[in-house]
Ligand binder design. Sequence first.
Ligand SMILES: *[C@@H]1O[C@H](CO)[C@@H](O)[C@H](O)[C@H]1NC(C)=O
Ligand SMILES: *[C@@H]1O[C@H](CO)[C@@H](O)[C@H](O)[C@H]1NC(C)=O
Ligand SMILES: *[C@@H]1O[C@H](CO)[C@@H](O)[C@H](O)[C@H]1NC(C)=O
Ligand SMILES: *[C@@H]1O[C@H](CO)[C@@H](O)[C@H](O)[C@H]1NC(C)=O
Ligand SMILES: *[C@@H]1O[C@H](CO)[C@@H](O)[C@H](O)[C@H]1NC(C)=O
Ligand SMILES: *[C@@H]1O[C@H](CO)[C@@H](O)[C@H](O)[C@H]1NC(C)=O
Ligand SMILES: *[C@@H]1O[C@H](CO)[C@@H](O)[C@H](O)[C@H]1NC(C)=O
Ligand SMILES: *[C@@H]1O[C@H](CO)[C@@H](O)[C@H](O)[C@H]1NC(C)=O
Length: 597
Amino acid sequence: MVLPPLWCSLLAAFLTSASASSLVKHSLPDVPSGWAEIQDAELSPSRGLNLRFGLAQHGFTQLESLLLNISDPSHPSYGKHLSKEQVHALSTPSNDTLELVDGWLATHNASSVKWSSSKDSVTAVVPISSAEKMLSTRFGVFEHVTSRKRVVRTLSYSLPQDLAPHINFVHPTTAFLDPLRHGMGKFSLDGHVTTPSDIQKRPVPLNQSHFESCVSVIDPPCVRKLYNIGNYTPKVVDGRNRIGVAGYLDILAKPESLKLYLNDYIPESIGSNYTMEVVNITGPFTASSVGDEGNLDTQLAIQVAYPIPMTYYTTNSVPPYIPDQNQDGERPGVNEPYLDFIDYLLGLDEPPTVITTSYGDDEQTVPQDYANAVCQGFAKLGARGVSVLFSTGDQGLGTDELSACIANTGNNATTFLPVFPASCPYVTSVGMTLGFETQTPSFASGAGFSYYFDRPAYQDTAVSAYLAGPANPDETELQSSMYNHRGRAYPDITAVGSGAFFDYFFNRWDISGGTSAAVPTAASIVALLNDWRLRNGKPTMGFLNPFIYGVGLEALVDITDGFVNGCEQPGFNATKGWDPASGLGFFDFEKLQSLVL
Ligand SMILES: *[C@@H]1O[C@H](CO)[C@@H](O)[C@H](O)[C@H]1NC(C)=O
Ligand SMILES: *[C@@H]1O[C@H](CO)[C@@H](O)[C@H](O)[C@H]1NC(C)=O
Ligand SMILES: *[C@@H]1O[C@H](CO)[C@@H](O)[C@H](O)[C@H]1NC(C)=O
Ligand SMILES: *[C@@H]1O[C@H](CO)[C@@H](O)[C@H](O)[C@H]1NC(C)=O
Ligand SMILES: *[C@@H]1O[C@H](CO)[C@@H](O)[C@H](O)[C@H]1NC(C)=O
Ligand SMILES: *[C@@H]1O[C@H](CO)[C@@H](O)[C@H](O)[C@H]1NC(C)=O
Ligand SMILES: *[C@@H]1O[C@H](CO)[C@@H](O)[C@H](O)[C@H]1NC(C)=O
Ligand SMILES: *[C@@H]1O[C@H](CO)[C@@H](O)[C@H](O)[C@H]1NC(C)=O
């Protein structure tokens, strides 16, 4: 069947406001840039849509207050992380909400109804025709212009008046995430983006001694030197400490590749039976999903942390091509990069103690209600004692061209493009530096100020001082108008992101990098701090930011040279203290060791 074109948003707004019984929940002014509507696409009304309904919770204010207390080294509750049951109790919606939503789904032919572990959200497969009634909307087919991936979406949806207070979001209705976006770039040491012809084939294993100088390549001994780690060796390897690596976009990491890496760089691993665990949360679905991103992330996450246990979690999240007459509905996890992952981890009695993620989207492409729920999910993980680290992306303050730095809010305002989840105040955002001797931030290291999240108290002093300071005498009026001066600012810290060295599945090696390399490197060091605390009878670090902006500041090496830019603007200079180019700087492990006990 051929669908009529989507209502234009004005007409949709008129129709929905005309209907007294429903409230517009979210609406986009236009088809987002980078996407096009396919006017004559075939879309069967009985095709199943896999929808997630995020429910209203009442405990978050309390959870947030608890999180800040237990993450603040000067608070008597420092380190008293919450149990699974405690976090669930603060997340579960009211019985009214549960009953209403349950009934609503049942009367709309929803199938495969699955509640999250704390019942804060529910997923279901709903026939398009029912979903259109439930949400007073029309779904259409949209194509991502460059990748040509197609998704079923709408530009506006509404909720019945009696249900609206109980539902925070329905996903992925108006979510036009860029299916190609992730944090990985290819940077050589001098900051030039490398081309495929630079990728070197790996004929035989290379010996570590080739790289002792740390000039052309950053390998584990270089990371030890750079961050003052010495020869610290982890001792707690019984599962109380665990590195978690998130894999999205159907990308797999290979234990065989990890073995190659360990053999080359971690001599102690030779002859051991060390391997990483791979947990399939929702996909990947094809064996061809092996990607250099997954291998890079896992190999750099273990580089100074061997033999701490490590798990690679794979979540699908790739939008599907739409077969013409697919009656079977979508695969679970499709279009869901974050909440399946968070929900899985919150259901564990012993979640990993640090998580590294090298993915992100432009914040404005993530519907705000959904972004809130995801960000609150990371706060819950923090409350469980997990340090959640995200890369800031490799696009500087936005993209290269000013013409692409446009707000999607309808007024086409010129703006920098912050990246989510790096912009969530409950994660630690990691930017990248170039080189070993100089440690300057990269012009392309993702940085910025959130429009969705206000500046959290823990960074207010540091960020206000920067904005009031003398670092950017030549800031133009245009640049000043291109960011939210009161928003959550990132990155929090930086780590080396250039010339990282890793093995590839097919016995090749590759010099790669970007913030994708910086964030697992930082996670590897956080894993060591957790080892050190556990060895001394203390709980793990948990949510890091109140510590690093507070007493931990003393153990960070400030970066005062370099800058970050984007959107053809002068950008932001590094300076003393926090700045958008380098955050607070990078870890001095030895100093951290004395501070965290
Ligand atoms: C957090 O700590 C403050 C100050 O000690 C206290 O007033 C507040 O009740 C604590 N929050 C929770 C949820 O316990
Ligand atoms: C909600 O329902 C559960 C299970 O039916 C019950 O144990 C609980 O007391 C109810 N809570 C309230 C506030 O009514
Ligand atoms: C549910 O399915 C039945 C049988 O296919 C159909 O008659 C009915 O209209 C559907 N209800 C809704 C709300 O779509
Ligand atoms: C690396 O070292 C091993 C043993 O030390 C040696 O057998 C091998 O030939 C070396 N490989 C290269 C490429 O230099
Ligand atoms: C791996 O090695 C450890 C210590 O040598 C041993 O206790 C364990 O049983 C081994 N595991 C497997 C699966 O062989
Ligand atoms: C992950 O799980 C899905 C669903 O059970 C399955 O189809 C897929 O093959 C699994 N992927 C891997 C790599 O095992
Ligand atoms: C915003 O840009 C789009 C695409 O160029 C255009 O269609 C629309 O009219 C513009 N809106 C405003 C308010 O200028
Ligand atoms: C950053 O500092 C340099 C001098 O080191 C200066 O030329 C440049 O204008 C500064 N950037 C801004 C935005 O003011």
